[in-house]
Design a protein around this ligand. Sequence first.
Ligand code: ATP
Ligand SMILES: O=c1ccn([C@@H]2O[C@H](COP(=O)(O)O)[C@@H](O)[C@H]2O)c(=O)[nH]1
Length: 231
Amino acid sequence: MDKIQILDLGGSIVAPEVIDTKFLQEMRDFLQAWLEEDKERKLILIIGGGAPARKYQAAYKGTEADPATEELDWIGIMATRLNAQLMKAVMGPLCLDDVVTDPTKVKSMKGRVLVAAGWKPGFSTDYDAVLLAENFKAPTILNLSNIKKVYSADPNLDSSAVPLDSLSWEEYQRMCGHTWTPGKNTPFDPIATQKARDLGLKVIAADGRDLANLKNIFYGHEYTGTLIGPE
Ligand SMILES: Nc1ncnc2c1ncn2[C@@H]1O[C@H](COP(=O)(O)OP(=O)(O)OP(=O)(O)O)[C@@H](O)[C@H]1O
Ligand SMILES: O=c1ccn([C@@H]2O[C@H](COP(=O)(O)O)[C@@H](O)[C@H]2O)c(=O)[nH]1
């Protein structure tokens, strides 16, 4: 596996309805152990908005017949920043830089771990993860959320959806579209998808709560998840 790992950590993992502190501790311990095995290894964690983003966006939506898209995105961004600040604290002395809020400005890191949050309206933290992968020349993004695999359709809405082991960017775009709406629930957002496709990146989508499976991905063993791209 690559020396630098880009972990696009969905808010559903870091900040679900009730934050699971034991899980955060276990994830920190796993990541720390992986870093300790090789001094050259580094990690970039990009943190999503999770329950706070959805709750606060819903509150604003409740006050307006026609809520402003940009306001919804800014509310989501602030939730990602709160969650990222939590993750930075959890990672302790491994993370020596401030939380990144503009992924275009960062090309190096002082510590072993860099934590990033949302940047500006128009996309999700998936896009920020792609920009950081580009800056740090990482070929793969691990997209960790609450789904084991990408399905042929949203499994929470369509009971006939089937899980997929791999698909091309073109196939993924046919399924999840090209346009952005704040809070959009897709395994990888459409704006990030186009950029990842242009850069020839690979994305592995997997269940972020399954640390045994995450270990398999990190160590190049067989894993449960979906590979998107690079074609
Ligand atoms: N084709 C699909 N396959 C799998 N999941 C899909 C698909 N289309 C839509 N989804 C939805 O995508 C969700 C996962 O993406 P979501 O953006 O919610 O995760 P997340 O990154 O953890 O979220 P957030 O950071 O916004 O809290 C699933 O819960 C599922 O409902
Ligand atoms: O760069 C960014 C990152 C995020 N947003 C907004 O925040 C929410 C929550 O982020 P997720 O990555 O989906 O968890 C997202 O839906 C956007 O509305 C943003 O505008 N720009």
